[in-house]
Design a protein around this ligand. Structure first.
Ligand code: UGA
Ligand code: MN
Length: 444
């Protein structure tokens, strides 16, 4: 009876083992007609699977599978692939029995660290082979161009630091920062240089009569208008100079410097999520669950390489025309959002003038680069009545029916219209009056 159970387990295990390969092989012929996997890659994948499983075996049970060691020594040829699949039958049949091979006497920690090294080496190899293949085989990920207006005030460096460090986590992002200033300031210049991001630094002062004065209520005049328009002007000019002209893949997003952005709004579930789900599943004691984890890991990994995300919902990077999503803490509400029925936006949940053409905050939409390039006149109207700034830009570009809802049909808040409190300087001013103010040389 025990034996029967063992053999059944082994059979299920093998099915799981063969699954990823059959899938990978099928995709060789079916995915956009591009051959994706070679035997070498599959064998490499297989070795990697075994190392991952072995690491866990050692970790959880303190025992090893002798046949797997043998396979690792055999290398990565197609023969090794076939052989190792056959041998994995044996290894799984013997799972649960104490191993009496000499490897078992090796100090566990040393073996684990050696295998970790090997795993790392294989991962590095896969990464490198992908990097060299990318230009011929894969459509590049669309770049997200983020346009951020910014102006000098006490909290500016803190805002831009937070923002830049969020963007560091987003692949293929180009940050266009436009200072509301007659010249580029050293503070922003220095911050951009050190940011580690791909960026463009511009400046465009707001006309005097359009600028908010100290003490004016913030709603009196629109903010960041000339800066966003300057960002758009630069983008159109720059993209024209690139090969591909008007037909380039890309997304444009207007991100104010004080808001809060979840990484999830930019992309599909990031690799870190897949990795942590993988680690979690690998901690289970069931060999089969671990096999499934390995399968899922490589499946997601493969899909990401092809820019195809079947297991997760895509966010703004997949924008075709104009995509939309909720914004938290805005308009005197917990959130504002487009209301989606049958996959289409039918109206907007907002507390103020829902009759506006697009009653949305700037942080709640993104548009495709193609649309921006195809409409060279589209810009923000600084004379638009209060609350109509977003509509002034979107009106000629898209209809409500065409909006693409993101963030799980606009059911999740992934962006917050946070506003930073103006810091009080009462004590600073008192100390300054005594000649004891903070050192001007220290940048804040
Ligand atoms: C709300 C919206 O979220 C903004 O997108 C919109 O531009 C603004 O209303 C408006 O109606 O004009 P709110 O938080 O009230 O935003 O505005 P701010 O965050 O103060 O300013 C928006 C952007 O413009 C920020 O990136 C800010 O740094 C920049 N800004 C502000 C300037 O470039 N110059 C200024 O004088 C003020
Ligand atoms: Mn703001």
């Amino acid at each position: 009876m025990v034996k029967a159970v063992k053999y059944t387990c082994a059979f299920v295990g093998i099915l799981f083992k063969i699954f990823p390969y059959s899938l990978a092989l099928t995709s060789k012929y079916s995915y956009r007609g591009q051959p994706q996997n070679t035997w070498k890659e599959l064998a490499l994948l297989h070795d990697l699977q075994h190392i991952s499983l072995l690491l866990l075996e050692l970790h959880v049970f303190g025992r090893c599978h002798f046949p797997i060691f043998l396979i690792l020594k055999l290398g990565k040829s197609s023969l090794a692939f076939v052989l190792s699949t056959v041998l994995s039958v044996t290894s799984q049949t013997f799972a649960g029995q104490r191993c009496d091979c000499s490897e078992h006497d090796m100090p566990k920690d040393r073996t684990i660290s050696r295998l970790r090294g090997e795993l790392h080496r294989f991962q590095e190899q896969i990464r490198k082979s992908e990097a060299t293949k990318q230009p011929q085989k894969q459509p590049a990920k669309p770049t997200i161009f983020v346009i951020t207006p910014t102006y000098a005030r006490l909290v500016q460096k803190a805002e831009l630091t937070r923002l830049s460090q969020t963007f560091l986590h987003v692949p293929q992002l180009h940050w266009i920062v436009v200072e509301d200033s007659p010249h580029k300031t050293p503070l922003v210049t220095d911050l951009m240089v050190k940011s580690g991001l791909t960026y463009t630094h511009l400046h465009m002062p707001t006309a005097k009569d359009r600028k908010l004065l100290e003490g004016d209520p913030s709603w009196l005049k629109p903010r960041g208008v000339e800066q966003r328009n300057e960002g758009l002007r630069w983008l159109r000019e720059d993209r024209r100079a690139h090969p591909g002209g008007d037909n380039q893949q890309g997304v444009v997003y207007f991100a104010d410097d004080d808001n809060t952005y979840s990484l999830q709004i930019f992309d599909e579930v990031g690799p870190q999520h897949v990795t942590s789900a993988f680690s979690l599943l690998m901690k289970t004691t069931s060999l089969h669950i671990r096999e499934v984890a390995v399968f899922l890991f490589f499946y997601c990994h493969n899909c990401r390489r092809k820019n195809y995300y079947p297991l997760v919902s895509c966010q703004m990077r997949s924008t075709q025309r104009v995509s939309v999503w909720p914004v938290g803490l805005v308009g005197g509400m917990k959130y504002e959002r487009p209301v989606v029925e049958g996959g289409k936006v039918v109206r907007f949940h907002t507390g103020w003038r829902p009759s506006r053409p697009f009653p949305m905050d700037m942080a709640g939409f993104a548009l495709s680069l193609k649309l921006v390039l195809a409409n060279p006149e589209a810009c923000f109207d600084g004379d638009a009545p209060m609350g109509f700034l977003e509509s002034s830009f979107l009106q000629g570009l898209v209809t409500m029916d065409e909006l693409e809802p993101k963030a799980d049909n606009c059911s999740k808040v992934l962006v917050w219209h946070t506003r930073t409190e103006k810091p009080k300087m009462k004590r600073e001013e008192a100390l300054q009056a005594q000649g004891l103010g903070s050192d001007h040389g220290v940048e804040v």
